[in-house]
Ligand binder design. Structure first.
Ligand code: UTP
Length: 283
């Protein structure tokens, strides 16, 4: 099934990363030399996405500027003969009109952020990528689309039982070793109430009927309108597919995850790995 549109909710406050995120979007934090949001867009493009919809908020204009021409910079690089940097700057720019930005006027939760993009989605399934959930390999969404057969689909992974209160947790029936039917999901349960140790991470394919649910969804955990609650309320009428993805996931909205991602990605770079590993061993 062809999925052409992806929503990137980037309206959150990023409080876990203050003060860095006071005047800079969390999604612009770099992993080595590329901002998180660019990894997300590249993963979506690799999956065949053609329309990139960002749900932004106050103070997030750096994201819009990142995906636009910077004539002064490009002209400078051209004049100085820095062709490589010019290429890096230009090759990420998509055809005009393929990026769209909508504003979330208040940080009322992930479910609310998705709902803010409702006018840009027709009667069609669409993808959602949370840029702060960085997954190695760049292929998670592509693999999900390959396995998608309608309904809602979420990427899942195993977590330690004592970490369930940081995630949406699912109850499942196994279909194959990687594919599960989700029969229930709950946002951030305490370990004693968690239905499993399978957690939702930031990749979704959603049926557009979700907008009707989100419209009426009451605030849940953390007094935010939770996407997990909306998807859960569709279970029974809309098939919900859990996809156990391959690759390592880094929670780059947390300081530890961000540092781990930077080290891992840098160690994979030919221009950095030798010096970095020597230095890491030394310290
Ligand atoms: P997080 O749970 O990481 O929240 O949101 P946050 O506000 O970004 O960060 P902390 O927890 O305060 O440190 C998960 C994703 O949902 C988006 C965020 O931008 C992030 O990509 N989001 C969250 C919104 O777009 N709007 C919201 O109201 C909440």
């Amino acid at each position: 099934m062809k999925i052409k549109k992806a929503i990137f909710p980037v309206g959150g406050l990023g409080t876990r990363f203050l003060p860095a995120t006071k005047s800079m979007p969390k999604e612009m934090l770099p992993i080595v030399d590329k901002p998180l949001i660019q990894y997300a867009v590249e993963e979506a493009a690799e999956a065949g996405i053609e329309q990139f919809i960002f749900v932004t908020s106050r103070g997030k204009s750096a994201i819009e500027n990142h995906f636009d021409h910077s004539f002064e910079l490009e002209n400078n690089l051209l004049m100085q003969g820095k062709k490589n940097f010019l290429k890096i700057t230009q090759e990420m720019l998509k055809i005009p009109g393929t990026y769209a930005y909508v504003r979330q006027q208040e940080p009322a939760g992930l479910g609310h952020a998705i709902w803010c993009a409702r006018h840009l989605i027709d009667n069609e399934p669409f993808a959602v990528i949370l840029a702060d959930d960085l997954i190695t390999g760049n292929l998670t969404l592509k693999n999900m689309i390959h396995n998608y057969q309608g309904g809602n689909m979420v990427a899942i992974m195993e977590v330690n039982k004592n970490e369930t209160s940081s995630y949406g947790i699912v109850k499942t029936k196994e279909i194959t070793s990687k594919n599960f039917e989700i029969t229930h999901m709950v946002e951030k349960p305490n370990p004693e109430n968690a239905p499993s140790n399978l957690a939702i991470v930031g990749r979704y394919i959603l049926d557009s009927k979700i907008f009707k649910i989100l419209e009426k969804q009451n605030a849940g955990k953390g007094k935010e309108i939770q996407l997990t609650d909306a998807i859960n309320s569709q279970i029974g009428t809309t098939f919900c597919h859990g996809f156990l993805f391959e690759g390592e996931r880094y929670d780059c909205g947390s300081k530890l995850g961000f540092i781990q991602a930077n080290i891992t990605f840098a160690l994979e770079r030919n221009d950095l790995k030798n010096e970095l590993s020597t230095w890491l061993k030394k310290i």
